[in-house]
Write a protein that binds this ligand. Structure first.
Ligand code: G6P
Ligand code: ZN
Length: 539
């Protein structure tokens, strides 16, 4: 039986950079998850007879919300729900299943790299039929619907056994519980030369951070590629990620970093985040920034079977360093600069305009799915190491010797008072037109603007995507407020300095960026507005 429940709207269900993210306690309010899911289903057309994919990163509340979503999907007219065993699907694996199954879309339950547990974060994101996050016009329609919703509908049925593979029926709708790893691992075997990686004799440390990539990494790295047992660390997904932030950066993956800088370092170290779409790459004694990783992967991708015919184009988000642009230029292919958020890459990938994309926020991926993909980046790096016989450090040095180096860092000020952060941004925006031609901290400003993006495939325009101050010589600072936080505001300050080939490409990043850090403070009065002496996180 389908049961209708009366509800009233919540005024805080506007999806952010990557879906609706809130504290678990917020999601636990009566009707909260149901209202949002019903709003998604009300906006999405073509549900009758269609397939919906549901999966999550296994964090606290995952199973509960999956059961709700299944009952509501049955009421919405879906013919089939495909769900990962145990409620698990990494974000890239979910994207793959949506594409492989010709599904109408999918619900990805995750708060990515944010911590999990009863007092931490949860999230729901809707992905469309290409496997990628819903574009802005869909998320805007979902938000509008949340504000007028008066009822939600669900089958009056018992919980589905999510742990047993196979099919059951809920109110006439088939629920298929699948192996979450199999299809994804098969896709990776098609893209990369597993035999060459196996033969290269590399040593690897992969930190799954007690999050969703554990089962994927164990199957692919230890079983299929034959790396030693124990290569995958923290490989069992936990509802609270063991109390850690499942965020693969130098702060939260510091154990891996320390290992990679020690005398016992293996050849290659990597980590992934809560839902498996981010990556951290560290070679023996060589950390590779996400922006550099994108550029180095793009420059060498043709060495992997899946990319042997070359790349059609390279896309990066605006705050990501311009290192990848230089590779595109050399390859004679187009480069694209999009706003922050993987959803902006979807159209470029669908149109065959770009093959590889990446972001400074530790995301890299390609047209094999429509999400960024942590293990994909790891495997492409391993394929390149195997094909060249070089170390990560060698690849990085040779890259900089060829293209020059974009020194890069991001300074995050977390949990800042929202009003203070808004004031900082408003004051910056207010003086943009006066900046060109002036100097700060000894640097001359060439241009200053608030980034706007016109999608070349559909002409849609996204404004106010971050303040850019470009200095003469190719250095810059970017200011943006995060769209993924769940409390207060996070100010992100992105610092970049370009040093041409033949210049000092082997210096300390902190030294090379010191004058840009000073310029950022002078431009935005960060200390005065945030009350902070220094950033909380430097990546
Ligand atoms: C998520 C999105 C990314 C984005 C990142 C940073 O991971 O999938 O595409 O780059 O958030 O977003 P933020 O708004 O917090 O800087
Ligand atoms: Zn993520």
């Amino acid at each position: 039986m389908i049961v209708t429940t009366a509800t009233t709207p919540f005024d805080d269900q506007k999806p952010g950079t990557s879906g609706l993210r809130k504290k678990v306690r917020v999601f636990e309010q009566p009707n909260y998850a149901e209202n949002f899911i019903q709003s998604v289903f009300d906006v999405v057309e073509g549900k009758q007879g269609a397939t919906l994919v549901i999966g999550g990163d296994g964090r606290y509340l995952n199973r509960v919300v999956i059961q709700k979503a299944i009952r509501m999907a049955a009421a919405a007219g879906f013919a089939r729900v495909v769900v990962g065993q145990g409620g698990i699907l990494s974000t890239p694996a979910a994207s793959n299943v949506i594409r492989q199954r010709g599904a109408l879309g999918g619900l990805v339950l995750s708060a990515s790299h944010n911590p999990g547990g009863p007092d931490e974060d949860f999230g729901i994101k809707y992905n469309v039929s290409n496997g990628g996050p819903a574009p802005e016009k869909v998320t805007e329609a979902i938000h509008a619907r949340t504000l007028s919703l008066s009822e939600w509908h669900a089958a009056d049925s018992a919980d589905v056994d999510l742990d047993t593979l196979g099919e059951v029926t809920v109110e006439g709708m088939i629920v298929e519980v699948i192996d979450p790893v199999a299809d994804y691992a098969a896709l990776m075997e098609r893209l990369f030369d597993f035999a060459a990686i196996r033969a290269a004799g590399l040593t690897v440390a992969f930190d799954a951070m007690s999050a969703v990539t554990g089962p994927y990494a164990t199957e692919i790295l230890e079983r299929r590629l034959g790396f030693a047992p124990g290569t995958v660390r923290n490989g069992t997904p936990l509802e609270d990620f063991g109390g850690h932030h499942p965020d693969p950066n130098l702060v939260h993956a510091h154990e891996l970093y320390e290992l990679m800088m020690s005398a016992d370092a293996p050849d290659f170290g990597a980590a992934s985040d809560g839902d498996g779409d981010r990556n951290l790459i560290i070679g023996r004694n060589r950390f590779v920034t996400p922006s550099d990783s994108l550029a180095m992967l793009a420059a060498n991708a043709h060495l992997a079977p899946g990319y042997k015919d070359g790349l059609k184009g390279i896309a990066r988000s605006m705050p990501t360093s311009a290192a990848a642009d230089r590779v595109a230029e050399k390859l004679g292919i187009p480069s694209y600069e999009t706003p922050t958020g993987w959803k902006f890459f979807g159209n470029l990938l669908d149109a065959g305009m770009a093959t590889i994309c990446g972001e400074e926020s530790a995301g890299t991926g390609s047209d094999h799915v429509r999400e960024k993909d942590g293990l994909w980046a790891v495997l492409l790096w391993l394929n390149i190491l195997a094909a060249t016989g070089k170390s990560v450090d060698q690849i990085a040095r040779e890259h900089w010797a060829t293209y020059g180096r974009n020194y890069y860092a991001r300074h995050d000020y977390e949990g800042v008072d929202s009003a203070a952060a808004d004031t900082l941004m408003r004051e910056l925006r207010g003086k943009l037109t006066t900046l060109p031609g002036t100097s700060v901290a000894g640097l001359t400003i060439a241009e200053a603007d608030d980034f706007a993006y016109e999608d070349p495939t559909d002409g849609s325009v996204s404004r106010n995507q971050g303040v850019r101050v470009l200095f003469e010589g190719g250095s810059r600072v970017v200011f943006r407020l995060s769209g993924t936080g769940t409390s207060g505001a996070t100010l992100r300050v992105y610092l970049e300095r370009y040093e041409p080939a033949g210049g000092s490409v082997d210096a300390e990043t902190g030294d090379m960026l010191a004058d840009i850090v000073a310029a950022a403070e002078q431009l935005a009065a960060i200390r005065q507005h945030t009350g902070r002496e220094r950033p909380d996180v430097v990546t």
